[in-house]
Design a protein around this ligand. Structure first.
Ligand SMILES: Nc1ncnc2c1ncn2[C@@H]1O[C@H](COP(=O)(O)OP(=O)(O)OP(=O)(O)O)[C@@H](O)[C@H]1O
Ligand SMILES: [Mg+2]
Length: 321
Protein backbone atom coordinates (compact mmCIF):
# COMPACT_ATOMS: atom_id res chain seq x y z
CA UNK A 1 0.00 0.00 0.00
CA UNK A 2 1.56 3.33 -1.04
CA UNK A 3 2.16 6.04 1.55
CA UNK A 4 0.56 8.72 -0.62
CA UNK A 5 -2.00 8.17 -3.34
CA UNK A 6 -3.37 11.19 -5.16
CA UNK A 7 -5.54 10.47 -8.19
CA UNK A 8 -7.20 13.10 -10.41
CA UNK A 9 -7.01 15.84 -7.80
CA UNK A 10 -8.56 19.19 -8.67
CA UNK A 11 -8.77 22.17 -6.32
CA UNK A 12 -10.50 25.46 -6.90
CA UNK A 13 -11.05 28.47 -4.66
CA UNK A 14 -14.02 30.80 -4.80
CA UNK A 15 -12.90 34.42 -5.08
CA UNK A 16 -14.68 37.71 -5.83
CA UNK A 17 -13.42 37.43 -9.43
CA UNK A 18 -14.59 33.84 -9.94
CA UNK A 19 -13.22 30.35 -9.37
CA UNK A 20 -9.41 30.15 -9.07
CA UNK A 21 -8.46 26.81 -10.61
CA UNK A 22 -5.37 26.10 -8.56
CA UNK A 23 -4.86 22.36 -9.21
CA UNK A 24 -6.20 20.51 -12.23
CA UNK A 25 -6.31 16.76 -12.47
CA UNK A 26 -3.09 15.94 -10.64
CA UNK A 27 -2.11 12.34 -9.86
CA UNK A 28 0.93 11.18 -7.94
CA UNK A 29 2.03 8.30 -5.74
CA UNK A 30 4.73 7.92 -3.12
CA UNK A 31 5.79 4.53 -1.78
CA UNK A 32 7.04 4.12 1.80
CA UNK A 33 10.63 5.26 2.19
CA UNK A 34 10.75 6.99 -1.20
CA UNK A 35 11.48 10.64 -1.94
CA UNK A 36 9.74 12.93 -4.38
CA UNK A 37 10.37 16.53 -5.41
CA UNK A 38 7.62 18.78 -6.71
CA UNK A 39 8.96 21.68 -8.76
CA UNK A 40 7.37 24.45 -10.75
CA UNK A 41 7.19 28.22 -10.71
CA UNK A 42 5.21 30.30 -8.26
CA UNK A 43 1.48 29.65 -8.41
CA UNK A 44 1.77 26.29 -10.20
CA UNK A 45 -0.23 24.50 -7.48
CA UNK A 46 2.54 22.75 -5.54
CA UNK A 47 1.55 23.79 -2.03
CA UNK A 48 -2.19 23.56 -2.67
CA UNK A 49 -1.84 19.94 -3.87
CA UNK A 50 -0.19 18.87 -0.63
CA UNK A 51 -2.44 21.00 1.55
CA UNK A 52 -5.39 19.30 -0.16
CA UNK A 53 -3.92 15.87 0.63
CA UNK A 54 -3.60 16.81 4.29
CA UNK A 55 -7.05 18.48 4.22
CA UNK A 56 -5.55 21.73 5.45
CA UNK A 57 -7.30 24.05 2.97
CA UNK A 58 -9.99 26.49 4.15
CA UNK A 59 -13.29 24.64 3.81
CA UNK A 60 -15.29 27.81 3.13
CA UNK A 61 -13.44 28.73 -0.07
CA UNK A 62 -11.73 25.55 -1.34
CA UNK A 63 -13.44 22.85 -3.38
CA UNK A 64 -11.42 19.63 -3.45
CA UNK A 65 -12.23 16.83 -5.89
CA UNK A 66 -10.32 13.59 -6.42
CA UNK A 67 -10.97 9.99 -7.33
CA UNK A 68 -8.45 9.00 -4.65
CA UNK A 69 -6.78 10.91 -1.83
CA UNK A 70 -5.06 8.54 0.56
CA UNK A 71 -2.42 9.06 3.22
CA UNK A 72 -0.96 5.85 4.61
CA UNK A 73 -4.12 4.02 3.55
CA UNK A 74 -6.52 6.49 5.18
CA UNK A 75 -9.11 7.95 2.81
CA UNK A 76 -8.62 11.68 3.43
CA UNK A 77 -11.76 12.50 1.41
CA UNK A 78 -14.09 10.63 3.73
CA UNK A 79 -12.09 10.80 6.98
CA UNK A 80 -14.28 12.53 9.62
CA UNK A 81 -13.15 16.06 10.42
CA UNK A 82 -12.47 15.30 14.09
CA UNK A 83 -10.07 12.48 13.13
CA UNK A 84 -8.01 14.42 10.57
CA UNK A 85 -5.62 16.02 13.05
CA UNK A 86 -4.93 12.59 14.58
CA UNK A 87 -4.12 11.07 11.17
CA UNK A 88 -1.86 13.98 10.25
CA UNK A 89 -0.09 13.88 13.63
CA UNK A 90 0.57 10.15 13.41
CA UNK A 91 1.67 10.02 9.79
CA UNK A 92 2.99 13.35 8.50
CA UNK A 93 5.25 16.17 9.64
CA UNK A 94 5.49 19.45 7.79
CA UNK A 95 8.30 21.94 7.53
CA UNK A 96 7.85 25.35 5.99
CA UNK A 97 9.91 28.22 4.72
CA UNK A 98 9.41 30.28 7.87
CA UNK A 99 10.62 28.36 10.92
CA UNK A 100 9.45 31.14 13.25
CA UNK A 101 5.88 30.07 12.42
CA UNK A 102 6.56 26.65 13.99
CA UNK A 103 7.71 28.02 17.31
CA UNK A 104 6.07 30.07 20.01
CA UNK A 105 8.35 33.07 20.65
CA UNK A 106 7.53 33.00 24.37
CA UNK A 107 8.88 29.54 25.17
CA UNK A 108 12.35 28.06 25.12
CA UNK A 109 13.23 25.67 22.30
CA UNK A 110 13.78 22.82 24.79
CA UNK A 111 10.31 23.24 26.30
CA UNK A 112 8.61 23.27 22.91
CA UNK A 113 10.42 20.17 21.66
CA UNK A 114 9.93 18.34 24.95
CA UNK A 115 6.20 19.12 24.92
CA UNK A 116 5.98 17.68 21.41
CA UNK A 117 7.62 14.44 22.55
CA UNK A 118 5.35 14.19 25.59
CA UNK A 119 2.29 14.73 23.38
CA UNK A 120 3.31 11.90 21.04
CA UNK A 121 4.92 9.30 23.27
CA UNK A 122 4.29 7.83 26.69
CA UNK A 123 7.65 8.75 28.25
CA UNK A 124 8.87 10.59 31.34
CA UNK A 125 9.93 14.24 31.16
CA UNK A 126 13.61 13.39 31.60
CA UNK A 127 13.42 10.75 28.86
CA UNK A 128 11.70 13.29 26.59
CA UNK A 129 14.52 15.78 27.25
CA UNK A 130 17.07 13.10 26.41
CA UNK A 131 15.28 12.44 23.12
CA UNK A 132 15.31 16.16 22.32
CA UNK A 133 19.02 16.46 22.98
CA UNK A 134 19.81 13.42 20.88
CA UNK A 135 17.62 14.75 18.05
CA UNK A 136 19.38 18.12 18.17
CA UNK A 137 22.66 16.25 17.82
CA UNK A 138 21.22 14.28 14.94
CA UNK A 139 20.31 17.43 13.03
CA UNK A 140 23.89 18.57 13.65
CA UNK A 141 22.82 21.53 15.75
CA UNK A 142 25.83 23.51 16.88
CA UNK A 143 26.02 23.76 20.69
CA UNK A 144 22.77 21.86 21.40
CA UNK A 145 22.85 22.50 25.15
CA UNK A 146 22.85 26.25 24.60
CA UNK A 147 20.09 25.91 22.00
CA UNK A 148 17.94 23.97 24.47
CA UNK A 149 17.89 26.92 26.85
CA UNK A 150 17.42 29.56 24.11
CA UNK A 151 14.30 31.33 22.91
CA UNK A 152 13.52 31.12 19.16
CA UNK A 153 14.65 34.71 18.44
CA UNK A 154 18.08 33.93 19.88
CA UNK A 155 18.87 31.46 17.09
CA UNK A 156 20.17 32.15 13.58
CA UNK A 157 18.01 31.28 10.56
CA UNK A 158 19.94 28.09 9.88
CA UNK A 159 19.77 27.00 13.53
CA UNK A 160 16.03 27.64 13.65
CA UNK A 161 15.58 25.61 10.49
CA UNK A 162 17.50 22.74 12.12
CA UNK A 163 15.32 23.09 15.23
CA UNK A 164 12.23 22.88 13.03
CA UNK A 165 13.54 19.75 11.33
CA UNK A 166 14.22 18.30 14.80
CA UNK A 167 10.65 19.16 15.81
CA UNK A 168 9.29 17.48 12.65
CA UNK A 169 11.38 14.33 13.01
CA UNK A 170 11.01 13.82 16.73
CA UNK A 171 7.45 12.58 16.13
CA UNK A 172 8.91 9.81 13.91
CA UNK A 173 6.62 10.60 10.96
CA UNK A 174 6.09 8.17 8.09
CA UNK A 175 6.38 11.12 5.75
CA UNK A 176 8.10 14.48 5.92
CA UNK A 177 6.62 17.19 3.72
CA UNK A 178 9.01 20.09 3.24
CA UNK A 179 7.53 23.14 1.51
CA UNK A 180 10.31 25.48 0.35
CA UNK A 181 12.28 24.62 3.48
CA UNK A 182 15.37 26.66 2.73
CA UNK A 183 14.52 29.68 0.57
CA UNK A 184 15.00 32.07 3.48
CA UNK A 185 18.57 30.89 4.05
CA UNK A 186 21.82 31.76 2.32
CA UNK A 187 23.08 29.39 -0.34
CA UNK A 188 25.68 27.56 1.76
CA UNK A 189 23.30 26.94 4.65
CA UNK A 190 20.61 25.89 2.15
CA UNK A 191 22.86 23.18 0.77
CA UNK A 192 23.71 21.92 4.28
CA UNK A 193 20.05 21.75 5.35
CA UNK A 194 18.99 19.96 2.18
CA UNK A 195 21.82 17.47 2.54
CA UNK A 196 20.71 16.91 6.13
CA UNK A 197 17.07 16.30 5.14
CA UNK A 198 18.24 13.84 2.46
CA UNK A 199 20.51 12.00 4.91
CA UNK A 200 17.81 11.78 7.58
CA UNK A 201 15.33 10.47 5.02
CA UNK A 202 17.72 7.67 4.08
CA UNK A 203 18.58 6.95 7.69
CA UNK A 204 15.03 6.79 9.03
CA UNK A 205 13.35 5.26 5.98
CA UNK A 206 10.57 7.84 6.10
CA UNK A 207 8.96 9.13 2.91
CA UNK A 208 9.87 12.63 1.75
CA UNK A 209 8.08 15.15 -0.43
CA UNK A 210 10.11 18.27 -1.08
CA UNK A 211 8.32 21.22 -2.69
CA UNK A 212 10.38 23.94 -4.34
CA UNK A 213 10.51 26.23 -7.35
CA UNK A 214 14.19 25.49 -7.80
CA UNK A 215 15.15 22.34 -9.65
CA UNK A 216 18.77 22.60 -8.58
CA UNK A 217 17.67 22.41 -4.96
CA UNK A 218 16.03 19.00 -5.18
CA UNK A 219 18.50 17.36 -7.53
CA UNK A 220 20.60 15.83 -4.78
CA UNK A 221 17.86 15.27 -2.22
CA UNK A 222 15.15 13.21 -3.94
CA UNK A 223 14.87 10.31 -6.37
CA UNK A 224 11.71 11.17 -8.28
CA UNK A 225 10.32 14.42 -9.51
CA UNK A 226 7.03 15.94 -10.60
CA UNK A 227 7.15 19.11 -12.68
CA UNK A 228 4.02 21.25 -12.33
CA UNK A 229 2.85 24.19 -14.38
CA UNK A 230 -0.50 26.02 -14.36
CA UNK A 231 -1.97 23.57 -11.82
CA UNK A 232 -1.09 20.55 -13.92
CA UNK A 233 1.60 17.87 -14.03
CA UNK A 234 3.81 18.45 -17.06
CA UNK A 235 6.43 15.78 -16.46
CA UNK A 236 6.93 12.95 -14.00
CA UNK A 237 10.17 11.02 -13.84
CA UNK A 238 13.36 10.28 -11.92
CA UNK A 239 15.76 13.11 -11.16
CA UNK A 240 18.37 11.28 -13.21
CA UNK A 241 16.13 11.00 -16.29
CA UNK A 242 14.95 14.58 -15.99
CA UNK A 243 18.48 15.92 -15.95
CA UNK A 244 19.61 13.52 -18.69
CA UNK A 245 16.68 13.99 -21.04
CA UNK A 246 13.93 16.44 -20.09
CA UNK A 247 11.10 16.02 -22.57
CA UNK A 248 8.56 18.72 -21.85
CA UNK A 249 9.55 22.15 -23.19
CA UNK A 250 8.73 23.63 -19.76
CA UNK A 251 10.96 21.10 -18.01
CA UNK A 252 13.69 21.94 -20.52
CA UNK A 253 13.26 25.65 -19.81
CA UNK A 254 13.38 25.00 -16.05
CA UNK A 255 16.61 23.08 -16.41
CA UNK A 256 18.09 25.89 -18.45
CA UNK A 257 17.12 28.31 -15.66
CA UNK A 258 18.99 26.51 -12.86
CA UNK A 259 20.87 29.31 -11.20
CA UNK A 260 24.58 29.47 -11.66
CA UNK A 261 26.58 30.83 -8.79
CA UNK A 262 28.27 34.08 -9.61
CA UNK A 263 30.25 35.47 -6.69
CA UNK A 264 27.82 33.91 -4.21
CA UNK A 265 24.77 35.43 -5.95
CA UNK A 266 22.09 33.31 -7.59
CA UNK A 267 21.28 34.16 -11.16
CA UNK A 268 17.92 32.95 -12.43
CA UNK A 269 17.15 32.89 -16.11
CA UNK A 270 13.58 34.01 -16.60
CA UNK A 271 11.33 32.14 -18.99
CA UNK A 272 9.87 34.88 -21.20
CA UNK A 273 6.13 35.19 -21.74
CA UNK A 274 2.94 35.23 -19.79
CA UNK A 275 1.74 32.73 -17.15
CA UNK A 276 -1.78 31.29 -17.55
CA UNK A 277 -4.62 33.01 -15.71
CA UNK A 278 -5.90 30.59 -13.04
CA UNK A 279 -9.32 32.27 -13.23
CA UNK A 280 -9.64 31.27 -16.88
CA UNK A 281 -7.09 28.57 -17.70
CA UNK A 282 -6.70 27.85 -21.42
CA UNK A 283 -8.42 24.86 -22.96
CA UNK A 284 -5.08 23.69 -24.32
CA UNK A 285 -1.64 23.33 -22.78
CA UNK A 286 -1.12 25.96 -20.04
CA UNK A 287 2.47 26.46 -21.25
CA UNK A 288 1.56 27.24 -24.87
CA UNK A 289 1.83 31.02 -24.32
CA UNK A 290 5.53 30.64 -23.59
CA UNK A 291 6.41 27.59 -25.62
CA UNK A 292 8.60 27.99 -28.69
CA UNK A 293 7.27 24.71 -30.09
CA UNK A 294 3.53 25.41 -29.64
CA UNK A 295 1.17 25.36 -32.62
CA UNK A 296 -2.61 25.77 -33.08
CA UNK A 297 -3.31 22.29 -31.67
CA UNK A 298 -1.51 23.10 -28.40
CA UNK A 299 -3.79 26.13 -27.97
CA UNK A 300 -6.93 24.00 -28.24
CA UNK A 301 -6.09 20.59 -26.87
CA UNK A 302 -4.82 19.71 -23.39
CA UNK A 303 -2.28 16.93 -23.76
CA UNK A 304 -2.67 13.97 -21.42
CA UNK A 305 0.27 12.56 -19.49
CA UNK A 306 1.83 9.98 -21.79
CA UNK A 307 4.30 7.32 -20.65
CA UNK A 308 7.73 7.03 -22.23
CA UNK A 309 9.26 3.99 -20.58
CA UNK A 310 8.61 2.84 -17.02
CA UNK A 311 9.86 5.98 -15.26
CA UNK A 312 9.06 8.85 -17.55
CA UNK A 313 5.74 10.51 -18.41
CA UNK A 314 5.17 13.82 -20.19
CA UNK A 315 2.11 15.87 -21.11
CA UNK A 316 3.05 17.47 -24.43
CA UNK A 317 1.53 17.06 -27.89
CA UNK A 318 4.85 17.93 -29.48
CA UNK A 319 6.72 15.22 -27.62
CA UNK A 320 4.14 12.60 -28.58
CA UNK A 321 4.20 13.34 -32.29
N1 LIG B 1 -6.47 30.20 -0.02
C1 LIG B 1 -6.47 30.52 -1.31
N2 LIG B 1 -7.48 31.22 -1.87
C2 LIG B 1 -7.48 31.55 -3.17
N3 LIG B 1 -6.52 31.19 -4.04
C3 LIG B 1 -5.48 30.49 -3.56
C4 LIG B 1 -5.40 30.12 -2.18
N4 LIG B 1 -4.24 29.42 -1.99
C5 LIG B 1 -3.64 29.35 -3.19
N5 LIG B 1 -4.38 30.00 -4.13
C6 LIG B 1 -4.05 30.10 -5.57
O1 LIG B 1 -3.83 28.80 -6.06
C7 LIG B 1 -2.79 28.79 -7.04
C8 LIG B 1 -1.73 27.77 -6.64
O2 LIG B 1 -1.10 28.22 -5.45
P1 LIG B 1 0.04 27.42 -4.69
O3 LIG B 1 0.19 28.06 -3.37
O4 LIG B 1 -0.23 25.96 -4.71
O5 LIG B 1 1.29 27.72 -5.60
P2 LIG B 1 2.79 27.19 -5.42
O6 LIG B 1 3.09 26.35 -6.61
O7 LIG B 1 2.95 26.56 -4.09
O8 LIG B 1 3.59 28.57 -5.55
P3 LIG B 1 4.84 29.14 -4.67
O9 LIG B 1 6.08 28.61 -5.33
O10 LIG B 1 4.71 30.62 -4.84
O11 LIG B 1 4.67 28.69 -3.26
C9 LIG B 1 -2.29 30.22 -7.14
O12 LIG B 1 -2.94 30.83 -8.24
C10 LIG B 1 -2.75 30.83 -5.82
O13 LIG B 1 -2.97 32.22 -5.98
MG1 LIG C 1 3.97 27.13 -2.34
Amino acid sequence: MPLVEIENLSVSFSSPDGQVQAVRDVSLTLEHGQSLGIVGESGSGKSVSLMALLRLLPTQSATVRATKLRLDGVDMLTCPKNELAGVRGKVASLIFQDPMASFDPLFKIADQLTETVLAHFDVSKSEAEQRVLSMLNRVEMPDPNRVMSSYPHQLSGGMLQRAMIAMALICEPKILIADEPTTALDVTVQAQILQLIGDLQQETGMGLIMITHDLGVVAETVNDIVVMYGGKVMEQTTVFDLFEAPRHPYAQALLASIPGQVAGKRKLREIPGQAPNPLAPPAGCPFHFRCEKADAKCVEQMPVLQRFGPNHATACLKVMS
